[in-house]
Design a protein around this ligand. Sequence first.
Ligand SMILES: [Zn+2]
Length: 237
Amino acid sequence: MKVIKGDLENLFALQELIFENRKLEQDAKLLASGADLESARNAQLANSAEISAARAQHETLVRELERLEADLALVNKRVATDKDRLTKTAVARDALGIQHELETLAKRASDLEDAEIELLEQKSESDMRMHELEVLGEKLEEDFKITKARVQLELAELKTKHQANFQAAANLRKQVSQEVLERFEARLLRGIAIGKLQKNTCTACNMSITATALSDLHHVPTDELASCPVCQAILIR
Ligand SMILES: [Zn+2]
């Protein structure tokens, strides 16, 4: 098959464009599959779940604290009543009983106050945790928006590049003789269609060519199409 040097160079450039576009198509597929968006969305969902759990815990604490304060109020009320009774009683035995009860009540009030301090500390930590989670939630929302915009932009860029390559490939095809182009397209279906002979190696398959085959290749006239004896790719010599 007759071929001119310019055809081979054009085919080589055409192949580069075709391979680049295949890569761009894969990249676009990956981007469009939304893997990046999904991971951003999952981070948001995990944060929402944590906020719900933290809020439930926080509400439990608030209820416990209310119960404790109510208990403490009852004890204090009882203390006030007993103190009043103590001033009014003249019976020594009754006074002793009231005093004993007051001691018990004082101990109870002290225990409740200790528990209250403990709960207040827990509530303060819980307040901080809730705040941190909410701040994180806002950041994740922002991340999601940024990721979405980035994916859209990258897809648009891929599309532009793909279209430009496609157009350049169409122009190159027009410049190559029909017969050579058909041979190229047929080989391309099976893999790399055109390679360069570098010393004794074919760049399409990266295999060394035997001395005999190499000698045969050198005997092919320069205006004839030569192929790699190993992978059958068209060779630029
Ligand atoms: Zn080869």
